[in-house]
Design a protein around this ligand. Sequence first.
Ligand code: HEM
Ligand code: NAG
Ligand code: NAG
Ligand code: NAG
Ligand code: NAG
Length: 338
Amino acid sequence: MIMAPRDTAAIARDLVLVVAIVLVLGAHPGAAQLLRDDHYDATCPDVHRIVRRVLKRAHRDDARIYASLTRLHFHDCFVQGCDASILLDNSSSVVSEKFATPNNNSARGYEVVDAAKAALEVACPGVVSCADILAIAARVSVQLSGGPRWRVQLGRRDGATANINAANNLPSPFDNLTTLQQKFAAVGLGDTDLVALSGAHTFGRVQCQFVTNRLYNFSATNRPDPTLDRGYRAFLVQRCPAGGDGTALNDLDPTSPDGFDNNYYASIQKRRGFLQSDQELLSAPGAPTAPIVASFASSQKVFFRSFARSMINMGNIQPLTGTQGEIRKDCRKVNNGS
Ligand code: HEM
Ligand SMILES: *[C@@H]1O[C@H](CO)[C@@H](O)[C@H](O)[C@H]1NC(C)=O
Ligand SMILES: *[C@@H]1O[C@H](CO)[C@@H](O)[C@H](O)[C@H]1NC(C)=O
Ligand SMILES: *[C@@H]1O[C@H](CO)[C@@H](O)[C@H](O)[C@H]1NC(C)=O
Ligand SMILES: *[C@@H]1O[C@H](CO)[C@@H](O)[C@H](O)[C@H]1NC(C)=O
């Protein structure tokens, strides 16, 4: 069949369109294609700069804040998706997740999120969601701590509900590897995500109460955890004496407490993981995650690349988009709530 020139041109145009669509979709493999890194380019172009400025100011008085904010994004995304549910206070319609066991007297940084929201409401009122502020804060925090950068995906909207039961079921420091894998799989994350994201324990603090069983009475044996290095145990016994203050703070990564690097994995290989959930990644019998720990321990570059990818994966858990949810004016309450 011979085609007229106009038909050929039309087909060529269609082809270009198809190729363009494939390229655009292919640029975000695995993502729901709903979030975009340029979401606020037209409506709030300074969003990253504004969040960074607020975080840097908070960091002047609080070296731990970058770690705390990174954890908030995790605790948000694992509970009914990245919808800023963790930020809601108690109200007539909300039972706040802030008082769930993993968060109560543990999750922190809410005031800094409020400060970022306030600054954004001045610059571009009603535009930037609280869920996106958490995603941006995590990205800025990791970068300012010496970690990798990634194109943070944006366009999440804020939910109107919280779920304290789901918050109580967040991964626990006392979970074994099987349970950790199940909790990650339940939100679509795999072994590589579990190992890479656990690497966030390269910075921040942890209370004694989460290690005392490993020091003195592991699994009701009246013995220490056999997978805990003796020298590290002796160090932690000084810091966390039996019957002492369970809220006393320790560095999650004593080799570089506030820096984002791959030392966490080398520590695990030396049986110096702080939490049982950290050490399980290597020491659970036949752990399929052990080779991933080894690869991240031997190459910071490989770890950084995986961490960036897994943060994007985590940020894609069940976002509200389009006309779902709302853009909260105040991250602590739903609009028109009471
Ligand atoms: C794999 C399952 C995980 C468990 C069981 C777990 C558990 C914990 C626990 C018990 C603490 C100490 C809390 C306290 O002492 O008050 C902590 C701290 C922290 N976690 Fe995790 N975590 C997990 C995964 C993650 C993930 C995925 C991230 C982020 C991507 C993360 C980031 C952090 C950070 C940065 C801190 C320090 C926070 C601060 O200093 O305020 N964790 N985690
Ligand atoms: C919020 O509600 C929960 C559950 O009813 C309760 O345990 C907690 O103490 C309340 N917190 C405040 C600050 O009112
Ligand atoms: C949260 O912690 C406070 C102590 O700051 C405690 O009084 C309260 O009972 C805890 N709430 C829950 C629900 O465990
Ligand atoms: C892991 O923990 C779960 C829940 O506590 C338990 O049912 C399971 O037997 C444990 N698995 C292993 C391999 O220890
Ligand atoms: C060790 O833990 C078990 C179970 O939690 C408990 O019954 C036992 O009394 C504990 N031992 C000590 C010395 O506290």
